[in-house]
Design a protein around this ligand. Structure first.
Ligand code: SF4
Length: 371
């Protein structure tokens, strides 16, 4: 039914100042109880071969070596990964011992939460790792031959300069990771950053500066051999994130863990978020409390466009027609022509994609595809 699985580990050793993910501080949490519930939830999914698995969080590497072994033994007992098995990791937690566990269970890709190479900015972000931890983690990975890793970075940070971006680009040139995710910082409600901005204690860049930084990221990475393939993602040839492409291609996937979501049979499901409720629901009823949302054809077509347009290659017109029994031209011809005239979209017979100008205002363009 699906070829991809996302697994959520909602624990962190420290809470970052900008984070609104579903996570808690790991101290005094029922981590083993959580793993019991998670492993039970995974047993509800048919054993099968999967193209991709992504273990994210929170921080999966906040687990101990024995907890990682237990989780991965259960996962690999049930699923064979044929293509990409990614684990998110924080640099200070990626010890040689934990890396050995990951490698032994077939993890073949690491998504390393670097965020920035500037030590002061790492402190502002409240990250648990420092500058040196980044290089130690990469050394450990390279020593055991786990060379397929992504650096996860952010720009538009409070106090960040263009020079900081250039420094990150220099490090990328030297390290030569296979993949880069480089997201603009979004100030989310209920975060420390949000409150500091509200109280006037912190400022972020205005839209013009943010746009110039985005352009620097795109151009800088392109010069280093990392063409952009999605709004915030760049890779060396043949190292695009296959798991994330499942989402952008609007394909089905399973989700397991507190607050995770999945997409099966045109229905989105959202697991209950609080960890104790998640564990309790599994213990008491043998299944996870979740909300479901069945998508009608209109919603499916909208999502096909929103998600697909995030990728530089855009949305495949033949696939659209095969999926929905209607041509893209019939459903979206007027909007596409309107966005072409604004310079936001380019269309060929086989694909519709954002232009460089369109990517700068992606969210505005996506809204036009609401039916
Ligand atoms: S490590 Fe990741 S999930 Fe945990 S608080 Fe920081 S940003 Fe959030």
């Amino acid at each position: 039914m699906a070829e991809s699985l996302y697994i959520h580990i909602p624990f962190c050793n420290r809470i970052c100042t900008y984070c609104d993910f579903n996570k808690v501080l790991i101290n005094n949490q029922p981590v083993d109880g959580y793993l019991d519930a998670l492993i039970s939830e995974l047993r509800d999914i048919e054993p099968q071969s999967l193209r991709t698995i992504f273990v994210g969080g929170g921080t999966p590497t906040a687990l101990s070596e024995s907890q990682l072994s237990r989780l991965l033994a259960a996962v690999t007992d049930r699923f064979q990964v044929t293509e990409e098995f990614t684990f998110e990791a924080n640099p200070d937690e990626l010890t040689p011992g934990k890396l050995d566990v990951l490698k032994n269970y077939g993890v073949n890709r690491i998504s390393l939460g670097v965020q920035t190479f500037n030590e002061d900015l790492l402190n502002v972000l409240g990250r648990s790792h420092g500058y040196n931890d980044i290089f130690n983690a990469i050394n450990h990975m390279e020593k055991i031959g786990l060379n397929n890793y992504s650096l996860d970075l952010m720009y538009n940070l409070p106090g960040e300069t263009m020079q900081d971006l250039d420094d990150s680009l220099k490090h990328i040139r030297t390290l030569s990771p296979k993949h880069i995710s480089w997201y603009s910082l979004i100030i989310e409600p209920h975060t420390v950053f949000y409150n500091q901005i509200r109280k006037g204690r912190m400022k972020v860049d205005d839209d013009d500066v943010e746009a110039r930084k985005y352009q620097r990221v795109i151009n800088g990475l392109s010069e280093l051999g990392y063409p952009q393939y999605e709004i915030s993602n760049f890779s060396q040839p043949a190292f695009e994130s296959e798991h994330n492409k499942t989402y952008w291609k609007n394909e089905p996937y399973y989700g397991a863990g507190a607050g995770s979501h999945g997409y099966i049979d045109n229905t989105r499901y959202y697991n209950i978020k609080p960890i104790n409720h998640y564990i309790q629901s599994m213990e008491e009823t043998g299944s996870v409390v979740k909300e479901t949302l069945a998508l009608d054809q209109k919603a499916q077509m909208e999502e096909e466009m929103f998600l697909g347009l995030r990728m530089n290659r855009g949305v495949d017109t033949a696939r659209f027609e095969e999926k929905f029994g209607r041509s893209m031209d019939e459903v979206y011809g007027t909007v596409i022509n309107q966005e072409i005239s604004k310079g936001h979209i380019e269309a060929s017979k086989s694909r519709v994609a954002l232009t460089e100008k369109g990517r700068m205002v992606g969210n505005t363009v996506f809204m036009e595809f609401l039916l």
